[in-house]
Design a protein around this ligand. Structure first.
Ligand SMILES: *Cc1c(COP(=O)(O)O)cnc(C)c1O
Length: 472
């Protein structure tokens, strides 16, 4: 495809202005540009076609299967787009008086109530706008909690199967992350945790299910070990879509957790946004959550800032309101039974993929898995080559080279929204690729062959970044 600059034809334009009906005034030359800007000159049709053609190069969940492990690229119901664009929600301003935005406050209030019901947590803040941002917010809450207790705890325990944002958030919040090794089953051994847990440890961060798609089978015992030494249990709940309506994190001993609204509760996301987070806490951590809190007084909703122990604000206004509307719509449409069904389907789909592929790929962890599974190519086939070859078959590859503890990992999350036909297509394609890897490995090494651009030199792209057309 050509750049808009290459399509430019001198004198083409996409606007028509009416005749001047006021006296013409000259702009003083000192305010005028010395050189005209180097902008493409194009007609309206040219511009529309250019951007439509560009957008058609994009891959998205409305186009085909998107099994990106850990990212939960589930289908986003179109009714979410409708509700988030209702004029009365879309065109309000966060500085309007509370009395004029009662509906918006009600949505935020009710969404928090539902997340409390889903998680068993005592209070939920919707202010953070991503998973990582929620982790950071939660760790500030943890820090403040221990400060108020007069305890100095500096360490945070993080399993090696955790999402990469966990150690990053710990460091940014001023803690020292300490890694815990998982065992051959992809889980944490209570004995292993016992060895590292001490009174300098503020909390442990469990991703549940973890990035191997495994649920810690000793979770209650693990939580006890942390609690006995006065620590807190943090749950990275980005993957809550694996057990909605099946288990409440509060019931197994979780003290503080985060939600990924854009993953579990369906908002189109990727490439950095838009996201919606949320932090849930048990009773003893309530006072430390960000302000303002949305409260209900009688039949009226209001913003309350009077929490002297709050960590303060972590975002302008009240978080990403549009994403909250989508999560609200998703939960309202599915209801309690529907949410549970969504999780059950997500788990069945992942297990179906794992069971169907385990003879063609290495499956380092046992069946059953939760909502995602991890494979690796057999006979040393490079994961990158498998992923590139999948593009030739018109499918988005799964997450690759993550989790880090699996060599050449391929991490598949089919999500609940895919039919058996789509899963069968995907499985057959991956089986074909496994066979190609044995019979015609060059086909994989040089893939993709059918895409607008072929195999990119990623090292060169990173080292010699060229994005500035104006200076070229
Ligand atoms: C996606 C994810 C995160 C980070 O969420 P962002 O919204 O991308 O910041 C954290 N933990 C887990 C387990 C995740 O899957």
């Amino acid at each position: 495809m050509k750049l808009s600059f290459e399509l430019s034809k001198k004198g083409r334009k996409g606007y028509t202005l009416p005749e001047l009906d006021t006296p013409k005034t000259e702009i003083p030359t000192e305010y005028l540009r010395k050189n005209s800007p180097r902008l493409p000159e194009l007609g309206e049709v040219d511009v529309v076609r250019h951007f439509i053609n560009l957008s058609n190069l994009n891959y998205n969940i409305d186009r085909n299967f998107y099994p990106l492990g850990s990212c939960t690229m589930k289908y986003n119901p179109k009714i979410n787009e409708y509700t988030s664009r209702i004029q009365g929600l879309n065109e309000i301003h966060p500085l309007q008086p509370e009395s004029t935005v009662q509906g918006a406050l009600q949505i935020l209030f009710e969404l928090s109530e539902w997340l409390k019901e889903i998680s068993g947590m005592k209070e939920v803040s919707l202010q953070p706008v991503a998973g990582a941002h929620s982790e950071f917010t939660a760790l500030l809450v943890v820090k403040k909690y221990f400060e108020k207790k007069g305890e100095k705890r500096t360490k945070i325990l993080i399993p090696d199967s955790a999402h990469g944002t966990n150690p990053a958030s710990a460091v940014i919040a001023g803690f020292t992350p300490v890694q815990i090794q998982s065992n051959a089953k992809g889980m944490i051994d209570p004995a292993e945790l016992e060895k590292v847990m001490d009174e300098d440890t503020a909390c442990v961060m469990f991703t549940m299910p973890n990035t191997l798609g495994m649920f810690e089978s000793d979770i209650s015992q693990l939580c006890d070990i942390i609690h006995r030494k006065g620590g807190l249990v943090y749950m990275d709940g980005a993957n809550l879509n694996a057990f909605l309506g099946i288990l409440k994190p509060a019931d197994i001993g979780v003290d503080i957790m985060h939600f990924n609204l854009h993953k579990t509760f369906s908002t189109p996301h990727g490439t950095g946004g838009p996201g919606g987070g949320g932090v849930g806490v048990v009773d003893k951590l309530k006072d430390f959550l960000p302000v303002p809190k949305v409260i209900k007084k009688g039949e009226t909703f209001a913003l309350d800032y009077k929490f002297p122990n709050s960590i303060g604000r972590v975002h302008a206004f009240y978080g990403n309101f549009g994403v909250c509307i989508k999560a609200y719509t998703y939960i309202k449409m599915l209801g309690a039974k529907g949410l549970r069904k969504a999780s059950e389907n997500a788990i069945i789909n992942a297990n179906y993929v794992l069971a169907s592929l385990k003879d063609y790929y290495d499956a380092p962890y046992p069946i059953p898995c939760m909502h995602e599974c991890v494979l690796a190519g057999k006979h040393g086939t490079k994961t990158l080559d498998i992923a590139k070859r999948l593009l030739d078959y018109g499918m988005h590859p799964p997450t690759i080279y993550f989790p880090l503890i699996v060599h050449e990992a391929i991490m598949i999350e089919p999500t609940e929204t895919e039919s058996i036909d789509t899963l069968n297509d995907f499985i057959e394609t991956l089986i074909t690729i496994a066979k190609e890897a044995d019979t015609n490995p060059d086909l994989l090494k040089s893939a993709p062959h059918n895409t607008p651009v072929g195999r990119l030199d990623e090292v060169k792209a990173a080292r010699e970044l060229s994005v500035n057309y104006f200076n070229s």
